[in-house]
Design a protein around this ligand. Structure first.
Ligand SMILES: Cc1cc2nc3c(=O)[nH]c(=O)nc-3n(C[C@H](O)[C@H](O)[C@H](O)COP(=O)(O)OP(=O)(O)OC[C@H]3O[C@@H](n4cnc5c(N)ncnc54)[C@H](O)[C@@H]3O)c2cc1C
Length: 552
């Protein structure tokens, strides 16, 4: 099955899945218990049948969804007492072994107030215990500007956290920030300082974040649970193994979609007074200045306003040229870099946890009847199936960013062609400065370098040419990941690792006609792009944008 036919096939399934979500939306919207009469329709009957079987299956393996509050299947314990808390979903003497200190929410991947299940679960626990809630943030290398993403990613993240701290304080929640290279140590310091009675963290499939969570859970001495606030269907509910491709994960996601793609809820209020011992003292402006100074190797980009408010505006505010609903109507043009408004450009917000993917999906799914089903289905396919396939890959494949993580056929074919003659070989600096012989590739790299973004279609071409123009597949993979993580505002993300692995190492793809350098890995070329869109128009637009930027 080709990628295109897989997508067409997905369209139909998504339409069915999202129609069920529509029916589900009507039900949850009436939270006073009145059931929607739409359930009487044929469509409704289909949905109800699916929902019953899914819930029944879930009950035998995990705690079932609670009617109110965060679905227990989004949560899992990271230590023994955390597992007890996560399984029961409620409080007991056993789960509160060390008194009634604050509940700590370690805010790492999901940095927002609204539609954040990890924060909501921490709030529920705090309220059940009548305990204060404290948010712990650790500003490690990346947030200090020392990471590969320099000031570009750090300042975007810190500005968002500064806004979040203010919003949390208005709800009686203080934020404590630590710095240093060791995230686990920083979070443990905060937990010890406030005498935490429970820790809730968000979920990441990436190795450093997972190692830090394990290290905290092992020694913190109170229950610790992890909440998947990033995937519409929690990664561990979708699958307990690495999925082969979109076509294998898609039905698993769809099976659960109606239950998890639910209406956004408003975060409850904190019952207990804030802990008087933990007033926040983070000087965000000083941190931001420091990150700017240390991260000068990758300067900030202008034009993408950071923070949760800006993220919601980019999704929904017509004054901000928002994505929904008007630009979603253009989504059929998404593969043409000459129509940049056809894509959402929301990935930096999703990646920095400033926008909930579930919220974006929910809002798009409500547009049936206003926007073409095809556009909605394609967007949900990218936002849910493709994005969650990336989390799945990184969660279950320890080599998610190296050739070792590729399928055997791809490793074999790349090895066989590793010493093929390359017509051009460029070093990192030449690629970074967009100095190749190919104006199309250079334009894409300039988008990345100057504006922190690259059109989704060009990202594939860009990475495939790096395979063609570097000395070996290993060098190609490391170069593409390094450039992407350094310059993309949405970099350092499972989507980035999987995007590079798909382009260079055939991950989630199949073998194609064998050719030099690529072997059986799918090939892309300039002529193919020329057939798809007006190359000169794209190159001219990027050049104009760069000129305007440099003239400022
Ligand atoms: C070499 C390469 C590198 C990439 N690096 C990144 C990266 O660092 N961060 C990142 O978020 N995406 C990355 N992608 C995936 C994809 O290109 C971007 O998600 C997309 O271009 C973001 O722009 P958008 O928000 O306008 O997307 P839209 O077209 O509006 O799509 C909606 C959302 O769906 C998700 N999505 C879209 N395409 C994909 C895909 N192919 N795989 C997984 N999820 C997808 C994203 O979350 C995106 O925001 C990469 C792809 C390739 C080929």
């Amino acid at each position: 099955m080709t990628r295109d036919s897989a997508r067409r096939d997905a369209g139909g399934m998504l339409a069915a899945g999202a129609r069920r979500v529509g029916a589900f939306g009507a039900r949850v919207a009436s939270r006073d218990g009145v059931r929607s009469t739409r359930a009487a329709t044929r469509r409704g009957r289909t949905w109800r049948w699916r929902a019953r079987t899914t819930a029944a299956r879930g009950a035998t393996t995990r705690a079932t969804a609670r009617d109110d509050g965060v679905d227990a299947r989004r949560c899992r314990g990271l230590n023994e007492s955390g597992a007890r808390l996560s399984n029961s979903g409620a409080e007991s003497a056993e789960t509160t072994p060390n008194g009634r200190g604050p509940v700590v929410y370690w805010c790492d991947r999901d940095r927002r107030l609204a539609n954040n299940d990890a924060l909501a679960r921490a709030m529920e626990l705090a309220n059940a215990r009548r305990a204060p809630l404290v948010v712990a943030v650790h500003a490690g290398r990346d947030l200090m500007g020392d990471g590969v993403g320099g000031a570009r990613r750090a300042v975007f993240a810190l500005e968002g956290l500064k806004e979040l701290e203010g919003d949390l304080r208005r709800r009686g929640v203080e934020t404590l920030t630590t710095t240093g290279d060791d995230a686990a140590r920083g979070i443990l310091e905060t937990c010890a300082r406030v005498d935490a009675s429970a820790v809730v963290c968000d979920f990441t499939p990436l190795r450093e974040g997972r190692a830090a969570r394990r290290a905290v859970a092992n020694v913190v001495g109170c229950p610790m649970i992890e909440v998947d606030a990033h995937n519409v269907v929690p990664a561990w509910v979708t699958s307990d193994k690495q999925e082969y491709a979109a076509r294998t994960i898609r039905p698993k996601i769809h099976r659960n979609l109606a239950e998890f793609l639910t209406a956004p809820k408003v975060l409850g209020d904190l019952i207990a007074a804030p802990d008087s011992l933990t007033p926040s003292e983070t000087d965000w402006d000083a941190l931001i200045d420091e990150a700017r100074r240390r991260g000068a190797h990758v300067p900030e980009v202008r034009g993408v306003k950071p923070g949760e408010r800006a993220a919601l505006a980019a999704l929904l505010d017509p004054n901000e040229d928002c994505f929904l609903p008007q630009r979603l109507m253009l989504y059929g043009e998404r593969n043409k870099p000459t129509t940049p408004r056809a894509v959402s450009r929301l990935s930096p917000y999703l990646n920095h946890g400033q926008l909930s993917p579930r919220r974006a999906a929910w809002e798009a799914a409500q547009l049936r009847g206003i926007v073409d089903d095809e556009a909605i289905d394609s967007y949900l396919e990218e936002l849910i199936v493709r994005r969650e396939l990336s989390d799945n890959f990184c969660l279950y494949n320890p080599h998610y960013d190296s050739l070792q993580g590729a399928s055997q056929w791809a490793q074999d074919t790349l090895a066989l062609h590793a010493s093929d003659k390359r017509e051009f070989v460029y070093d990192y600096g030449t690629l970074e400065r967009a100095n190749t012989h190919d104006e199309l590739w250079n334009a894409a790299q300039k988008e990345l370098y100057y504006f922190g973004r690259m059109h989704g279609f060009m990202r594939m071409y860009w990475a495939k040419k790096i395979l063609e123009w570097t000395s070996s597949p290993e060098v190609a993979l490391q170069t593409s990941i390094k450039l992407n993580d350094a310059y993309a505002l949405d970099g350092l993300d499972p989507n980035g690792y999987v995007g590079c692995m798909w382009s260079i190492a055939g991950v989630h793809d199949q073998g194609w006609k064998e050719r030099a350098v690529f072997g059986k890995v799918r090939y892309m070329n300039y002529a193919g792009c020329k057939r798809k869109f007006k190359i000169e128009e794209y190159v001219q637009r990027v050049d104009d944008e760069v000129k305007a930027l440099l003239a400022r």
